[in-house]
Write a protein that binds this ligand. Structure first.
Ligand SMILES: [Zn+2]
Length: 90
């Protein structure tokens, strides 16, 4: 056995295989840029656990937070607002 083992002439670089992680699993905080697992974000009621930034909630998300599951019945879904200032025609 040699006293000074010879160095290999080349180095084997192990390249980690890029795993397919779906983009919808993680959300980046708009305030502190923390990467938050979406399940954790939902458990925290859409509030960043690091900086307490409140993410926007859609109408359906808000209803799901407030109303007992399966009890919400939407009424007059086809109802439209009046446009007294003619904003839509501009
Ligand atoms: Zn944050």
């Amino acid at each position: 056995m040699p006293i000074f083992p010879r160095k290999p002439k080349y180095t084997i670089v192990k390249v980690a295989k890029k795993r397919d992680i779906p983009d919808d699993l993680w959300t980046r905080c708009e305030e502190c840029s923390e990467l938050i697992y979406n399940k954790k974000l939902d458990e925290a009621l859409r509030v960043c656990p690091k900086c307490s930034f409140h993410f926007t909630l859609g109408a359906r998300e808000r209803i799901n937070l407030l109303i007992d599951e399966g009890s919400f019945v939407e009424m007059d879904a086809d109802m439209e607002t009046l446009d007294p200032l003619n904003l839509r025609k501009r």
